[in-house]
Design a protein around this ligand. Structure first.
Ligand SMILES: [Zn+2]
Length: 137
């Protein structure tokens, strides 16, 4: 009679734990990125050339004669897109915070994909812990 089942369970467990450690390591680096994130602003910032209300102004006919550039912050409010003209001195801070928000969205996407890759390992480990011998963590 062979008594190999115990050993193979142990090695399978440590293999799963190693894999889980690697996943947790990736998760930690995402947490650090998240931790370093500053304030957030939704939407986007863009420069636009515009036409004015004066019907005899050259901007009506010649795109090169349009006024600007003006800087707009665009976002969604209750499903509608709204644009706000912002001052030159506001633009830098708007752009930084909008960038932070985009970074956050990126971190969430990465974190979600990582979780999907981790799922099988996490499940196997959890099931193993439940039916494992007493004394297992
Ligand atoms: Zn004009």
């Amino acid at each position: 009679m062979r008594k190999s089942s115990g050993n193979s369970t142990v090695s399978q467990k440590s293999r799963l734990q190693n894999r889980m450690e690697a996943f947790k390591h990736q998760q930690r680096s995402l947490k650090e990125e998240l931790w370093c994130l500053g304030f957030l602003m939704s939407g986007s910032v863009s420069k636009r050339m515009i036409t004015c209300g004066n019907s005899s102004c050259a901007c009506r006919k010649d795109p090169a004669a349009r006024h600007g550039p003006y800087i707009y912050w665009t976002t969604k409010r209750k499903g509608k897109t709204v644009a706000r003209l912002i001052k030159n001195e506001e633009a830098q801070l708007y752009m930084e915070w909008v960038q932070n928000r985009k970074k956050l969205d990126q971190i969430i996407r990465k974190w979600t994909r990582l979780s999907e890759r981790t799922f099988k390992t996490a499940l196997q480990l959890r099931l193993m812990m439940k039916k494992g011998p007493k004394g297992s963590p």
